[in-house]
Design a protein around this ligand. Sequence first.
Ligand code: ADP
Ligand code: ZN
Ligand code: ZN
Length: 735
Amino acid sequence: MTQESILNVAVNVPLSRLFDYLPPAGNSRVQAGARVLIPFGRRDVVGLVVGVSDTSGIPFPQIKRAHAVLDDKPLLSDEALWLIRFTSDYYHHPIGEVAAAALPALLRKGRALHPRVEFIAISDTGSNADIELLAKRAPKQAELLTVLADAAGNGIDVEALTEALPNWRRVAKPLLQKGLVTRFEGRADNKDPVHDLVPAAGPKLNDEQQAAVTAVRTASGFAAFLLDGVTGSGKTEVYLHLIEDVLDNNDQVLVLVPEIGLTPQLVSRFRSRLGLEPALLHSGLSDLERLSAWRRARSGEARLVVGTRSAVFTPLPNAKLIIVDEEHDHSFKQQEGLRYSARDLAIARANHSAIPIVLGTATPTLEMLKHCGDENYTHLLLPRRAGGARPPVMRIIDVSRTPTEDSLSDVLTKAITEHLSNNGQVLLFLNRRGFAPTLICPACGHVAECRRCDSRMTVHARAQQLRCHHCADARPLDDTCSECGSAVRLLGAGTERLEEALIRRLPGRTIKRIDSDSTQRRGAIDKALSEATLGNAEILVGTQMLSKGHHFPKLTLVGVINADQGLFGTDFRSDERMAQSIVQVSGRAGRENIPGEVLIQTAFPEHPFWRRLIDGGYAGVSADALEERAATHWPPYSHLALIRAAAHKRVDAHAFLNTAKRLSEEVSITDVRLLGPVDAVMARKAGRYRAQLLLQTGDRKALHALLRQLRPALESEPAVRRVRWSIDVDPIELF
Ligand code: ADP
Ligand code: ZN
Ligand code: ZN
């Protein structure tokens, strides 16, 4: 008897192993990269074949047969499979879950690469109907018929139709009955993007930009470039030139961005300058849209793919360049489930594919700076603003001496008025949403806390609610103390309170608040940002959201309201993070030929951080921070992995981590230090107790060797049933 091949299948379950299956009867030629439908326990599930072998650890007669192969040809190339394997190995995360994360939802669920979808089309009778006559009696029906007539016999898929005419179904009913339109099932094809764009010319590159472009152009094989340029220094122009090269050769380029919703300007600039419609991959798409963009990338048809985090997994047969914009942005790191860094995977991918990668930012992470210092990566500097704009002037306001009212010092208030009367726009940065962060009773000292977390409730005055920013808990706001009935007081200020104070003080001025509360409705963020860009909003009040790559031409003053949150942070990254957000938000000021001013309110003006920032800018702060990390052996001078556990009972979380610690010690890899377990900084969150065990090492290989043994051992521990746990390699937050 000839031995059948064995399929090594990745299944979306939290187990670090593959599952062996036989090919379906009569289909012996199954290749890695294809999906299969398999019996799994009592269910049938979709799995991904990641390997085919001759042998199995399971006795041959016990190996089950797959029901069906879902892809005639492999869905994923060897390269895409490599990335899935690499991600699973590096982050010590079950390969089936990695595969699931790497695939668009519809493919994960087993739909075809070209799923069949419902189409609506105009019939012959419909084409001959008198639409004008119909319009008098039933204008909605006439409208639908007109839309369908434009698409002629091909019809329109229902998803696209819903986008164009949300209520089409009700309108279509009588038309279907009269036979004016028909319904059929067809293959979802790539919607042909509009091609009638004419690329616009850009400015002539300055010397530094030209040097950067040349450096990347002349690289051969893998090379990583840190494009370190202040806001407005022309990084995007550098990207555009490099992208043009790739497009000219009909190859593909992948651009990773933090959040497309926050950077619509970047995408529209790509569109207008390159004269093509980028394939976009982000969370705002419907499943079909996402699949369609993914499919165009996979076939090589989409030459420019712009996406957020998970787009790093997109198969690209002709990828010749990867760009990561805003390399420092935390949204590249997924903070739940598969805790991967899209930036780091992008680098690994570029390395594997032997292509260059460009990491752009005005505030590089210390990791990247160290790589440059070690000469693994090339440091490309764009130290000046392009087009002659001057850098903003930064000043400190000592709020321990000058009085503040509603968090605004007199100096800042005066500056706001001045800038406004000179037709400038003002941005006030306060990284705290809501009205006030604390509700306290002056009589008994009671503070409103979350019932489910070790945290205070934030007052949301407009919604008349107390909300916890760490879980979804909310309750009505009461003016009186729940303990003693006295009148309560609101301490501190959030964006909502600041907005109100400004409305009171500057009557007649247009004030726009931009934070995750004010932008929840669909389209709200686009609207707010375009108002901000046009300058219709004279004062912008907002959180971190406002610090991302926006270009507000009229902005001349940035006020940082409460800069002290990061000065005494609990995390070793606090200073780096704080410098990044202040420098990023400052970069919004004075981008065109109007000089900008940045005023920073702090109660600790003597703190060395400020001198360093003002004299040396981000480069100064980061150089200091890097030295400090070297002296204290924190990353990037050591490597970390954090094992987190959460349970309804504190003892369960600790017991699990103690087991993890014991198992780690048994592995007897001595180069890894085990710190903990300890309670998390916020020990209770959403009703669960959280604790953590930190693994630290100077030797990354030792860390991986340990985790490789630890993970499967933990999976088979009985204690695992009482906890939620995770392994976080290269954590960016230690809580
Ligand atoms: P960054 O991406 O670093 O923030 P941009 O590429 O957006 O910078 O450039 C900032 C502004 O300067 C844009 O309006 C851009 O058109 C302009 N600009 C960029 N490079 C040049 C140049 N070489 N000459 C003139 N203007 C430039
Ligand atoms: Zn009280
Ligand atoms: Zn809570």
